[in-house]
Write a protein that binds this ligand. Structure first.
Ligand SMILES: [Zn+2]
Length: 109
């Protein structure tokens, strides 16, 4: 489930909102730190498991691969534990893209 900032602020109680306003008025040090910590944790989480087979990824093995997927402002990481996992992912992604192109072409006619 995706949460938007306005949803989260709507769920906060009055005391937390007043504390947040105080932090913003004081330069947002706490808020900035909280956002940076969460971004770092989410980036690390993406690297722990192979997106194809689900195996835990050993970060010290040279056989790991990571792809950056998507446009510049919305890039996502996909990590893989081995060469055959990244090949499987790319082949099925290519197949899915081709099927979507055929479906889109069919809708245009
Ligand atoms: Zn794998």
């Amino acid at each position: 489930m995706k949460y938007l900032l306005k949803d989260i602020i709507g769920l906060m109680d009055f005391r937390e909102l007043v504390k947040l306003r105080g932090d913003i008025e004081g330069g947002s040090v706490y808020l900035r730190q909280l956002v940076e910590e969460n971004i770092r944790e989410k980036k690390e989480k993406h690297n722990k498991f192979c997106i194809t087979c689900g195996n835990r990824i050993n970060p010290y093995l040279p056989s790991n691969f990571t792809l950056l997927i998507g446009p510049e402002d919305d890039q996502r990481k996909a990590s893989f534990c081995a060469l055959d996992c990244i090949q499987y992912f790319l082949e099925h992604t290519n197949q899915r893209v081709q099927e979507e192109e055929v479906q889109d072409y069919g809708k245009q006619r």
